[in-house]
Design a protein around this ligand. Sequence first.
Ligand SMILES: NC(=O)c1ccc[n+]([C@@H]2O[C@H](COP(=O)([O-])OP(=O)(O)OC[C@H]3O[C@@H](n4cnc5c(N)ncnc54)[C@H](OP(=O)(O)O)[C@@H]3O)[C@@H](O)[C@H]2O)c1
Length: 350
Amino acid sequence: MTPPSRALVTGATGFLGGALARRLLDLGHQVRSCSRSRSPRLESLGIEQCTVDLGSADAEAALREAAQGCDVVFHVAARTGAWGRWRDYERTNLIGTRQVLSACAEAGVPRLVHTSTPSVAFRGEDLEGVDEAEAPLVLEHHAHYPRSKALAEHWLLQHAAGAGVAAVALRPHLIWGPGDTNLMPRIVARARAGRLARIGAAPGRPRISPTHIEDAVESHVAAWRALVERPQLAGSAYFVTSGETIATWEMIDGMLASQGLGPVRRSLPVPVATALAAALEVVWALLRLEREPPLTRWVVRELATSHWFSIESARRELGYRPRRSVADGLEELTRLRRQQAAGAQPADGR
Ligand SMILES: NC(=O)c1ccc[n+]([C@@H]2O[C@H](COP(=O)([O-])OP(=O)(O)OC[C@H]3O[C@@H](n4cnc5c(N)ncnc54)[C@H](OP(=O)(O)O)[C@@H]3O)[C@@H](O)[C@H]2O)c1
C-alpha cells in the first residue's frame, strides 16, 4: 500500500465510503468510486466515478472495468435502512457483493475489504463485550437488512480465497459523526417531529459501543495494511467500535443536545413498542408503503438491547487503534452546528 496505490471504493457517494475515499486521497492514493449516482464533490476532488447499480445484470462488467489496475477494492456500498422489499436488499447486498468479488477476481485485484455490520451477529438478545467467536454470524434474521448483510459476508468469506482474492470483513458498529446520512439524521428528524420515545428505559441500560466515522475509516485503512503484511488474515471478520461503551439513551440525548434539542422525555415499555411496531409493519405492508414506518420490530430490539463488542481482534490482528471519544465527537458536532448556523461550514466539517 505504498502510495500511490490505486483503490476502488464502492459507495463513495455515501457516509462511510465518502469519508474513506477522502482519507485514501489524503494518504496519496488514487481513488475510483462506484455508486448509482455521481457526486460533484467527488468530482471536485479528482475521484474517478463510475455509475453502476450493483445488483443489475451489467454490473459485473462495469465493476471489472472500474477495478482494472486496482491494488484493493473497498466494498462499502449497501442498501441500508430498516424497511423495504427483500428482493431489493438481496439484489444490492447479496448479488451486488457476489458481482464485486467476481469483478475483483477477473480484474486481478489481490485484496478486498468488505464492510459488514455487527447486526450479522445480532439474535435479538443482549450482546455484552462479546468477540467474534462469542457472537458468531447468524444467517437467520427477521429483518431484511441484517439478513442480506449476513448472507453477503458469509458468502464472500467462503468464496474469496477460491477466487484468488484475499478478503476480510469489517463490522463497524453504529457509525456516527459529521456527514452521517443515517443514524443521527433519523434520530433528529423524529425528535423534531415529536415522535421519539425511550424504549425500555432502565437507568444506564441498554449499552452500545458506537464508532466515530474517523475510526471506521481508519479500521478500513488498517485492514488493507494488515492484508498486505499478513495475508494469512484473509477470511476473517472483525468487530469495529471506537472502544467505548455508553448507555443508548445517553448517546441519543447527547446527539440531540449537539443539535440544540432537548432530551427524550417520553418512554414506551418494550412490549408496547413491539406491539405497535408489529401493527405498523402490517399496515405498511398492506398499503405497500415504501417509506420506512415510524417503528419496526427490528429497531425496537436494537433499541431495547445492549450490543457492545470487544475489538481486541481488530487491535491485535489489524493494528487498529481507535482515537475518537464520544465526548469529543459530540463537542465537534456542536461546534459544526454553530459554525453552520453562522454560515461558515458545510455539515460534515470539510
Ligand atoms: N452507518 C452505520 O451506522 C453502519 C453500521 C454498520 C455497518 N454499516 C455498513 O457501512 C456501509 C456504508 O454505510 P453508510 O452508512 O455509509 O451508508 P449510506 O450513506 O447509505 O451509503 C450507501 C452507499 O451505497 C451506495 N449504494 C446503495 N445501493 C447501491 C446499488 N444498488 N448500487 C451501487 N451503489 C449503491 C449508495 O450510493 P448511491 O445511492 O449513489 O447508489 C451510497 O454511496 C454499508 O455497507 C453498511 O451496511 C453502516
